[in-house]
Design a protein around this ligand. Sequence first.
Ligand SMILES: [Zn+2]
Length: 76
Amino acid sequence: MDEYKKCTCGSKKWGYSSDEIGYIYVCYKCGKYSGKGVHPMLLELTTSDPTFLMYMIETGMLKKIEQNDEELDYGK
Ligand SMILES: [Zn+2]
């Protein structure tokens, strides 16, 4: 899974994922969202109220997607 995707504005959309919710990519520059497996109502909520998204990240409901292939190989 990609840590981030390129946004149409030229900036980066950062990925957040949740086992229950799916995953979502957010561009903090232009405020664009995209997600898969995310409930349409949740997308609506995060789009209308960005603090809701921050709340979900802070509470750990959504976790930042990190590519940790190197860490997995580390110590072999
Ligand atoms: Zn953007």
